[in-house]
Design a protein around this ligand. Structure first.
Ligand code: ADP
Length: 738
């Protein structure tokens, strides 16, 4: 449940899916029946998320009670109207409602109808893959640099939220995906319409948040106004979307949802004043002419003000004190004030009109019976007006909440339109293409780009936007795996990730950074890329890598897409190679997944001879004057070397180490490994290697005085004679030191 918008979802899943669903939803808190906490299969997950986990008594997860609660909440006799929910789902929903009521002190927010995002309809992405692909956050937890930050062209908060939600939950049904793509395409073609929609959307605010604040009793007059304004814009949007037979179904649906709130809009427009206070109790937010009683009270108040002004004039004349003032504060109410110097002009005998109230350092305050009467009249009128306004606030609040479902639907439609416009805007400005999405096992991308790296590369080379090199990727049920070799820094990881990102983009219904793309829907996306030590959990890099690989081999299906970057690097060469080899075979023969496998083990390319579904590709490089140049281009074939030493040199490894490494490599490449290693160990050249830059020599103790004296000399300040003198002094010091 999202308390801020009232959205309420339920989903039945098995134990293995808990982790990936949690990472998809990324909740602020989740509740768990305490009985479940002890179950070994959940141990790891619950430990990982203990900061946001709240155990609840298992008794609260009772389906019978839950049904009762839900029926009361929605005011229905049977839950059937909401769909076919399992007992477990109902129990979970009921327990959550219970918990919300408990924590919100009995105020359950407006809750939308319970819905189920069917598990089978969403692409599964495990937690590690989500993190690695940096979909909505980067690995370091920032939004900037994530895929979301690059694709977000929305103009409203709710639109941006919806886009983040879409990106976290790509779809798997081609019909649903294509329906979204149709909407994007329509808005892409209808440029003028799109600009009009976006211009209007900008002022539409955040209806859902205001609605939720009102329902939780935290809202104020400005929330009512925000809803009124938002609905007004929704209405205008509905009119902009023409009754066009070509309007795609999702936009037709949105249009339908936008425009049913005329009565609420008119009511709020009529009721609310121009300038609104933050809090209802400050009053003054109900417009004139809304209610005659309120107008009368307000009239009294302003009339009294005139009376007070007249009174001030009268007293000035009576006392001849032209600086006499009638003022107001919260303690005294209205009072008369004169400066201390004029005090003798006020008669203070017992029968005088003026009654003394207060003496300050330079002022004296009085009141009169007449003023007192007026004061209480004004105060009462003010109090009465505020009380009345509060009643109207409550009335309007209730009216809006009664129409809550309709209002929330309009808010959702606004977000949806913002999102589709954003997608269209993006594809236009970046020249992306509409992917073909179907049930095939194709994964064919022509001239694909990594949207985030591309942006970074373009920013580096301003004015040369063509510097990011586009690459193809062609996989299908017969050609299931590409084995990618090439040096570090050549662009292997970028290539792997870009294809995964393109799949995600296609399946959220977005255009993709390519000239052509055909994506047979992917049910699960797996990645094993650049693991880091997870020392907090007591796992080494290699262990993390193997855990992730195990998940892939156990779960990937024919429909899955797997990207693997350098499997087996964290252990000895032969161990690593063996694991990588066996993993490739498994993926090809058992899982049948489409996959990209980047590796430094060139030995693996031998597999291509017996595995028809495997083909070898490499990152093109050029050698030039003892240097290598990365072309960032994926071509058929195998890298003949890793160029690790070149990269080490680029990174600034000392030249003697680089030279020595080259020497060893040459020997290793020539001879057989075992005998070369013993030979190398015996010729001990490592110890002969001299450091090119000797460490700076330390100045001996007895020369320190000399150094100090020398530093004290400032040649620019010395006359020739003084210079000569200090030279003699220095020599004398040196003689002493010797
Ligand atoms: P590898 O995985 O082979 O070590 P990366 O994928 O990490 O290499 O890429 C290294 C760098 O090369 C990236 O940070 C990016 O700046 C640049 N790069 C990668 N791919 C491309 C490309 N297709 N076009 C231009 N620059 C690229």
């Amino acid at each position: 449940m999202d308390l801020s918008t009232g959205q309420f979802f339920v989903l039945g899943i098995n134990a293995a899916q808990v982790e990936s669903q949690l990472s998809r939803i990324n909740p602020k808190e989740f509740i768990v029946p305490d009985k479940l906490i002890e179950k070994p299969e959940f141990f790891e997950t619950f430990r990982n998320h203990r900061a946001i986990l709240t155990p609840q008594p298992s008794a609260r997860f009772d389906s019978q009670n839950a049904i009762k609660r839900l029926k009361t909440l929605y005011g229905v006799n049977a839950m059937d109207a909401f769909g076919d929910f399992s007992r477990a789902e109902l129990a979970a929903a009921g327990a959550l409602l219970d918990y919300v009521e408990l924590t919100q002190k009995g105020k359950v927010p407006r809750v939308a109808a319970l819905r189920r995002p069917s598990a089978g309809d969403l692409m599964e992405i495990d937690a590690a893959t989500r993190r690695n692909l940096e979909l909505v956050l980067t690995i370091s937890g920032e939004r900037r640099g994530s895929l979301l930050s690059i694709i977000d062209q929305t103009v409203t908060g709710p639109g941006a939220r919806l886009l983040a939600a879409y990106l976290s939950s790509p779809l798997t049904r081609p019909d649903q995906i294509n329906a979204r793509l149709d909407a994007v395409q329509y808005l892409l073609n209808e440029n003028g319409l799109r600009q009009d929609l976006r211009a209007k959307l900008k002022g539409s605010g955040d209806i859902a948040r205001s609605l939720s604040r009102l329902s939780l009793g935290r809202g104020g007059p400005r929330d009512l106004a925000a809803i009124g304004k938002g609905l007004e814009i929704a209405d205008e949007l509905a009119n902009l979307l023409a009754d066009d037979a070509l309007l795609p179904p999702l936009l037709t649906k949105a249009k339908e949802q936008l425009g049913h709130n005329r009565s609420q809009i008119d009511r709020l427009n009529f009721a609310l004043a121009e300038d609104l206070p933050l809090l209802a109790r400050d009053g003054g937010f109900i417009a004139e002419n809304f209610d005659p009683d309120l107008d009368e009270l307000r009239g009294l108040k302003s009339h009294s003000r005139q009376l007070i002004a007249a009174l001030q004039q009268k007293y000035r004349e009576e006392t001849n004190v032209s600086t006499l003032k009638i003022k107001h504060n919260n303690v005294l109410g209205y009072f008369i004030e004169i400066s201390a110097g004029q005090a003798d002009k006020i008669p203070i005998e017992a029968d005088s009109t003026f009654i003394h109230r207060q003496t300050l350092a330079n002022a004296i305050r009085f009141t009169t019976v007449e003023l007192n009467e007026l004061d209480s009249k004004v105060a009462t009128a003010g109090d009465k007006a505020v009380t009345l306004e509060l009643e109207f606030f409550e009335l309007l609040r209730q009216e809006i909440l009664d129409a809550g479902e309709q209002v929330a639907t309009a808010a959702e439609a606004l977000a949806v339109i913002d999102l589709f416009c954003s997608q269209a805007e993006l594809s236009e400005s970046r020249g992306w293409c509409r992917p073909i999405v179907d049930d095939s096992l194709e994964l064919s991308i022509t001239a694909g780009k990594h949207p985030v790296v591309e942006q970074a590369v373009v920013q580096q080379d301003e004015g040369q936007p063509e510097t990011f090199i586009a690459n193809d990727c062609h996989l299908n049920s017969d050609a299931r795996m590409w084995l990618l070799t090439g040096p570090n820094m050549a662009g292997k990881s970028t290539f792997l990730r870009q294809n995964a990102l393109i799949v995600v983009l296609a399946q959220i219904g977005s255009y993709v950074p390519a000239t052509k793309a055909h994506i047979g829907v992917v049910d699960r996306l797996f990645s094993r890329v650049g693991a880091a030590d997870d020392l907090a959990k007591g796992r080494s890099t290699f262990m993390v890598e193997m855990v992730e690989t195990a998940i892939i081999l156990n779960q990937a299906t024919e429909r899955s897409f797997v990207i693997l970057d350098e499997i087996g690097r964290g252990t000895a060469t032969f161990d690593g190679l063996s694991i990588a080899w066996a993993t490739v075979e498994s993926l090809l023969e058992v899982n049948h997944s489409r996959s990209l496998f980047a590796t430094h083990y060139h030995e693996l390319t031998a597999l291509a001879e017996k595995q028809a579904a495997l083909s070898c590709h490499t990152m093109k490089i050029k050698e030039w004057q003892d240097q290598i140049i990365f072309m960032h281009e994926v071509v058929d074939g195998t890298a003949d070397r890793s160029y690790g030493i070149h990269v080490a040199k680029l990174a600034g490894l000392p030249s003697n180490t680089v030279n020595r490494a080259n020497e060893i490599l040459e020997k290793l490449e020539k001879g057989d490994e075992a005998s070369t290693i013993s030979l190398l160990a015996n010729d001990l050249p490592l110890f002969q290697v001299q450091n090119t830059a000797p460490p700076p020599a330390k100045i001996p103790e007895h020369l320190k005085t000399l150094e100090t004296a020398l530093k004290a000399v400032n040649p620019d300040d010395l006359s020739p004679r003084e210079a000569l003198e200090s030279l003699y002094q220095l020599r004398a010091l040196m003689a002493e030191a010797d």
